[in-house]
Design a protein around this ligand. Structure first.
Ligand code: GAL
Length: 718
């Protein structure tokens, strides 16, 4: 009897204990299909909604993608609420690879890692980056978005629960396959909070999953044409005269200049910022911007969000600022619409009305030692941690929408981004300056709806100068950022011609690249993408620590690293940048024939080749049937209908729909754009023939089309 009573008492205590410590056990997530290939689940309550700072889904384009089934059994996804945290568990198969989670400078496969996704300067903790995005995509063809503005801590195939179907433990002394990280069957993630919202995206391929995520966030951005030209940033102390001198130097050296960026010193006060022109360096901003406009040059202004007491917007913004300062400047709470109005009114009057084209938003990321603390308070009542997480994305949305109302496209730079960035007209950059890491970041950004620029600042040798220039020419934003070094494109005279030729090649590729961005906009296909998104790509040679034998030993699979130093640009060009000191490099070619861009020669098919590098060229390869429309005339500027050189590679028939529009307004959204169909067919004699046909609106079509048959080296003027 006594034993029974003690037992009962024990059970009561246990029950009490459970009730006090757990709000709920593991609950099954309830998924609701909201669009073809998109499911949503939520539990508890969430805070600031990041998707509110993205564009609405492009439903029609989402519907055009294949409607693949829900990727898990509905009983296998879980949520849990404890007094401290909201967590989820999503199944993970033994051979799955996981990609994404935002901008990263190292590696591609996230399996086997633990990430604390926090908007921050890069470095230190895994997941602390300029654009951590709680969205991952699996090699099995689905993606998961954890839609929260709180910091997500995610265990990607790390950790083994007691109730998981885990293998038997292996004795470390005698077992060959012992691993410090036994294979786990789940992705588990949590936030400090009391609820979460989740989305699952499917598709027939990994690329389709990415497309669906991008389309869900409003599609990709179509930059104004000038944004794809050459950008140059001036030294921070530059004056009007310095800028005018720079422009004439660019002309003298025969370098294009499309956007000129002014760094902090254009303002009367910086760090914190006045956002007002400095009257000594820029006494007549209106005239200054006009002069540049007359030279075909746009002005881009650097700023950080922290308001200096001497700013002309200080008094008005003050009621909407948080408890703490940054560099003693006040921090606006832009989740409040009135605060947004103050910023927009000021910027409209002082910058946009006189023709400034856009901004470089700096310091919206971190460090903790600079920005506001987690316990800061803001007048909206929104949590400081959440405001920090979405600040960069929010500012992009506010400015982008504002200019859209004026039917103007913008393109700018930002140092922090988050969920839903694909439709934002901004490109991420960093102070981190490692060439290889920059290319890895370019590759990774395509897996999270981001654009990244491997901007060039300086170099220790002429060779490095060329190699970095080549990478930046094959990126979403071609920029020399000389705010500190004062470098010019001709700073290394021995390679000036090479640099100029590489920039010219990028400029000539504008028709092809602009169409790639249109496909980003309409179909969500990243214009610069990781090789894993390319069909026929399979790199088994890149496993660290031996040959991949995933079938018999799945432990090996999580060690697989993917290629991070080559990527796709547009529909058919493979870019393989070269790093200083390399005289040869490996290139992994997906299946199908691939051709050298410069010579049209066949280089391989579904294999890893080793190529000898040339300083003058960034290695570029084109897939069989690749049609590459390029500007034939100088830059196509000035003339209404520039003529085209259309290159064809290999032996396959193909069709390329070449997109064009006015290059700066949103009129394309109402059908005001041209499509030129470039079609290659094979005649009875096996000879290739090219035809071009306007299939939508001739207003923005091109002039003469000159076909170039790269793989048999004969010109045929039709
Ligand atoms: C840095 C930024 C640089 C440059 C500099 C100017 O924070 O990353 O690109 O703009 O500020 O002070």
């Amino acid at each position: 009897m006594r034993k029974l009573l003690i037992g009962l008492l024990f059970l009561i205590c246990l029950n009490d204990y459970a009730q006090n410590t757990l709000i709920s056990g593991m609950d099954k997530l309830k998924w609701e299909k909201i669009m073809p290939g998109v499911w949503k689940a939520s539990f508890g309550t969430s805070g600031l909604n990041p998707l509110a700072y993205s564009n609405p889904p492009k439903k029609e384009s989402i519907t055009e993608l294949s409607d693949a089934p829900f990727p898990f059994t509905k009983e296998s996804t879980f949520s849990q609420l404890t007094p401290e945290r909201a967590s989820i568990r999503i199944p993970l198969g033994p051979f799955e690879k996981i990609y994404g989670l935002g901008l990263e400078f190292k590696g591609l496969n996230r399996r086997g890692g633990v990430y604390t996704l926090k908007v921050d300067h890069y470095g230190g903790v895994k997941g602390y980056t300029h654009a951590p995005v709680p969205f991952y995509v699996s090699s099995k063809g689905y993606g998961v978005l954890i839609n929260t503005s709180k910091r997500v801590k995610i265990y990607v195939g790390v950790g083994n629960r007691k109730d998981s179907k885990r293998p038997d433990p292996i004795d470390r002394t005698t077992g060959k396959n012992w691993s410090a990280q036994p294979l786990s069957d789940a992705v588990e993630a949590s936030i400090q909070g009391n609820g979460l919202e989740l989305y699952v995206f499917t598709g027939n391929t990994t690329l389709e999953v990415i497309q669906r995520y991008n389309l869900f966030c409003g599609g990709g951005i179509l930059p104004p044409k000038w944004g794809l030209g050459f950008w140059h940033r001036m030294h921070t102390k530059s004056s009007t005269d310095d800028v005018l001198q720079e422009i004439s130097d660019f002309k003298k050296h025969n370098f294009p200049l499309d956007v000129l960026g002014l760094e902090p010193g254009w303002q009367s006060f910086a760090y914190p910022c006045s956002f007002d022109w400095d009257s000594t360096r820029f006494p007549n901003p209106e005239k200054f911007v006009k002069t540049l406009r007359n030279n075909g040059i746009k002005v881009n202004l650097w700023e950080n969000p922290y308001v200096a007491p001497n700013s002309t917007m200080f008094k008005e913004i003050k009621p909407f600022t948080g408890s703490h300062t940054v560099w003693l400047g006040e921090v606006p709470d832009y989740t409040i619409p009135e605060a947004q109005k103050v910023l927009l009114n000021h910027h409209q009057k002082n910058h946009l009305d006189i023709g400034v084209s856009g901004y470089k938003f700096d310091e919206v990321d971190g460090y903790d030692t600079w920005l506001w603390p987690d316990h800061a308070t803001f007048p909206s009542g929104n949590a400081a941690v959440e405001i920090r997480q979405i600040y960069g994305q929010m500012i992009q949305k506010i400015l982008g929408d504002h200019l859209k109302k004026q039917n103007k496209r913008t393109y700018g730079l930002v140092r922090a981004s988050y969920i839903g960035a694909s439709s934002s007209p901004f490109v991420i950059y960093s102070d981190h300056y490692d060439h290889r890491d920059y290319v890895t970041a370019l590759v990774n950004s395509s897996l999270s709806g981001l654009l990244w620029t491997p901007e060039i600042r300086s170099a220790r040798s002429a060779e490095e100068w060329v190699r970095r220039f080549q990478t930046v020419c094959f990126s979403p934003l071609m920029q020399l950022n000389a705010w500190a070094s004062g470098a010019k494109p001709w700073s290394f005279p021995e390679v000036t011609d090479i640099v100029r030729d590489n920039i010219k090649l990028r400029m000539d590729l504008l028709p092809y690249l602009y169409t790639a961005f249109y496909n980003y906009n309409q179909k969500g296909i990243p214009p610069f993408r990781a090789m894993i998104l390319e069909s026929g790509y399979n790199a088994t040679e890149t496993l660290i620590g031996g040959k991949l034998n995933g079938e018999t030993n799945p432990y090996e699979e999580q060690k697989r690293m993917e290629v991070t130093d080559q990527y796709m640009m547009g529909s058919s060009i493979l870019v393989a940048p070269v790093f200083t000191g390399e005289t040869e490099r490996k290139v992994v070619l997906p299946s199908g024939n691939w051709y050298d861009f410069y010579t049209g020669a066949l280089v391989g098919n579904g294999e890893t080749i080793t190529i000898k590098t040339k300083l003058e060229q960034i290695p570029l390869f084109v897939k069989d049937g690749g049609i590459i429309p390029m500007l034939a005339s100088k830059e196509g500027k000035g003339s209404d209908k520039p003529s085209l050189e259309v290159r064809h590679y290999g032996t396959k028939e193909n069709i390329f729909q070449l997109y064009n529009d006015d290059g700066e307004s949103f009129n394309y959204e109402n059908g005001n754009f041209s499509l030129l169909e470039l079609k290659v067919t094979k005649g009875k004699n096996g000879k290739l023939k090219g035809q071009s046909k306007i299939i939508n609106n001739k207003n923005y079509s091109y002039g003469k089309v000159n076909w170039l048959w790269m793989s048999n080296q004969t010109k045929n003027g039709k």
